[in-house]
Design a protein. Structure first.
Length: 248
């Protein structure tokens, strides 16, 4: 290990030893900085990709506190490969071991706050338009997707205002499992809201945001916010945190 690498590891270990309140506040400001300084891409709908969205030491903590498979429940009809923990539901979080429970409660205290939601909406304000004067609420899930999980082109319900997909893989081996931004092969494909069970035949990917560690894929939910995930390989496990700002 080089001196520079050793110094970097020592710094990460020092940051990881910070009191939870200080570490959480530091991570919170880091995430805001990274998002605010990432441009919103307008085509085919407003979206952004943020690499290194969390401080590296904090991302390590997220992986260390990612719950074991037995804590995830399959709740979404038609998607048995998707295991879910509802971070916005105190009863769901209360089932976790104490250290994990405390970590995700701290996480939601920061990232489920009105301050954070207002901040994200402000980042999208130039393209948000007059749609918004509603009160909002946070909805957040930890997902554990096993082999075969995939979802066809869909837009998300318009009750969601902003979708934020935080990728949580251990390494770069699953880069092909990212969310694809898709467009219809025929402009008439925008005339309805796909359910998520749509065939790929009428759509093509414009961009796939690779499933890499510590990456955020975010977008404004509109009648054009078509996105999808190709089925994952057998035996794979896809870890993510999905955060939605929804109309209350």
């Amino acid at each position: 290990m080089t001196t520079a690498t050793a110094d970097h590891v020592d710094r990460l270990e020092t940051l990881a030893d910070l009191p939870q309140r200080v570490a959480q506040d530091h991570a919170y400001e880091h995430v805001k900085y990274m998002i605010a300084n990432t441009p919103v891409r307008p085509y085919p709908f407003p979206h952004m990709q943020v690499n290194g969205v969390f401080p590296e030491y904090y991302y390590r903590q997220m992986l260390a506190n990612y719950p074991a498979a037995g804590f995830f429940e399959s709740r979404i009809e038609g998607y048995p490969e998707r295991g879910t923990i509802e971070l916005h539901d105190p009863a769901s979080v209360a089932r976790l071991p104490r250290q994990q429970r405390d970590f995700w409660q701290w996480f939601m205290n920061s990232f489920g706050s009105r301050d954070f939601m207002s901040f994200v909406l402000e980042c999208y304000a130039p393209v948000l338009g007059p749609r918004f004067g509603h009160s909002v609420k946070p909805v957040a899930y930890l997902f554990r997707d096993t082999g075969g999980y995939g979802i066809g082109p869909h837009t998300d319900t318009l009750k969601k205002v902003v979708t934020m997909l935080f990728y949580l893989p251990e390494d770069e081996s699953q880069r092909g499992a990212g969310t694809s931004i898709v467009v219809p092969t025929d402009a008439k494909g925008y005339s309805h809201h796909p359910t998520g069970h749509e065939s790929w035949d009428a759509y093509r990917p414009a961009k796939t945001i690779e499933f890499l560690p510590n990456t955020l894929a975010s977008f404004l939910v509109t009648d054009r916010s078509l996105h999808a995930v190709r089925p994952t390989p057998p035996g794979s496990v896809r870890q993510s945190l999905q955060f939605f700002i929804c109309q209350a």
